[in-house]
Design a protein around this ligand. Structure first.
Ligand SMILES: Nc1ncnc2c1ncn2[C@@H]1O[C@H](COP(=O)(O)OP(=O)(O)OP(=O)(O)O)[C@@H](O)[C@H]1O
Ligand SMILES: [Mg+2]
Length: 334
């Protein structure tokens, strides 16, 4: 048989393997095979066109994000798995239940909340979750100050998140106070809810990598309840610039050449200083939002302006206040 494409070749190997397995499973298998073929002809097991379209839209949102290859791969995996489960159901085949509680490890501004929100929407489209909304909480929303308070707070948050995702930021802070702290009670309540409502709620614990690892080590029972661990790496300077370009495009602005150069220089400086609180894409967003406000101030009193003026963000819109002071200072002393 002649094969011209790589994918064609792949299918040929897969077909051959399938054929060999069928042959080795004897006559009972052949009867089952005939029944399967009859059903196959009668059914089209995919999602409806409408669902496919909104699913495509959500996946597009994810694909638009810069980098994050592992996250995109996971989303494709989940989508394929759910689709295959649905097809298997039609043939009365057993399905593993889908446990999707997750741990997100990464520094601030690496996209954890954004990704959780998109995954929620995707899981709602796939009908894995009834609603798919995101409820983001932290220690203070879950841990109370007196007996009974913690259970009540947890219940409230769980109720809000039911049908969607409960996203717990800086999850390790639940274990902060040691054995006597109410944080332990919060963890126990959440774990129980994960089991009791496993088809209605997904828990995502998020936080810095090192702290999360320590937290999981001190709570050995927890790790196995969260089968998906995703690492969100810090962005490189090139990725941060790509993110900046994406953010301005989405807002219908553009960076002038000077602005892009300045931004690259500024971000590289920040990266080289390797500040412990470097906030990745959030820093980029803040810089852009500030530049947009400064552009507005630059233009607001002008009587004549063009469409381009309204779109373009210039270098001067990005200059940081401390640098401005430095420039004025140099100018005064020269
Ligand atoms: N890969 C990416 N591509 C485009 N935009 C991104 C990307 N990652 C993050 N952003 C944007 O950066 C901002 C911060 O992201 P987000 O809030 O998801 O980070 P986070 O990891 O949850 O931060 P924190 O730990 O501080 O809560 C958001 O506006 C988000 O849209
Ligand atoms: Mg966040």
């Amino acid at each position: 048989m002649k094969q011209t494409t790589r994918f064609g070749l792949k299918y040929t190997f897969a077909d051959k393997e399938l054929k060999q397995s069928r042959e080795s499973s004897g006559p009972a298998r052949a009867v089952e095979e005939t029944a399967v073929k009859a059903q196959q002809a009668a059914s089209d097991p995919g999602f409806s066109a409408e669902i496919q379209e909104s699913l495509q839209q959500v996946l597009g949102e994810l694909d638009n994000l810069i980098g994050l290859a592992k996250v995109k791969e996971l989303a494709r995996e989940i989508r394929a798995f759910v689709e295959i489960c649905r097809r298997r159901e039609r043939f009365q085949l057993k399905n593993e239940s889908l446990v999707l509680h997750m741990i997100f490890k990464g520094n601030p501004g690496t996209g954890k909340t954004t990704v959780a929100r998109i995954l929620g929407k995707m899981l709602a489209e796939l009908k894995v979750l009834p609603k798919g909304h995101l409820v983001e909480v932290e220690r203070a929303d879950l841990v109370g100050e007196y007996i009974g308070h913690t259970a009540q707070k947890c219940r409230e948050q769980l109720k809000k998140a039911m049908g969607g995702i409960l996203f717990i930021d800086e999850a390790y802070s639940l274990a902060r106070g040691g054995a006597k702290d109410f944080g332990k009670e919060a963890i126990d309540t959440l774990v129980k809810a994960m089991e009791d409502h496993k088809n209605e709620i997904i828990l995502i614990l998020a936080g810095y990598e090192g702290e999360m690892e320590k937290f999981l080590r001190t709570n050995p029972g927890l790790r196995s309840r969260f089968p998906i661990h995703l690492h969100f790496p810090d962005y490189s300077c090139d990725e941060l610039i790509e993110i900046a370009q994406l953010m301005v495009r989405e807002r219908q602005y553009r960076l002038s050449v000077g602005a892009a150069e300045y931004l690259r220089h500024y971000l590289q400086q920040q990266l080289d200083a390797s500040r412990p609180n470097f906030s990745n894409a959030r820093l980029v967003r803040n810089l852009i939002e500030r530049a947009i406000r400064r552009q507005a101030l630059r233009l607001v009193d002008r009587r004549i302006y063009t469409r381009d003026d309204l779109i373009m963000l210039l270098r001067e819109d990005f200059i940081q206040p401390e640098e401005e002071e430095a420039i004025i200072h140099i100018w005064q002393t020269e």
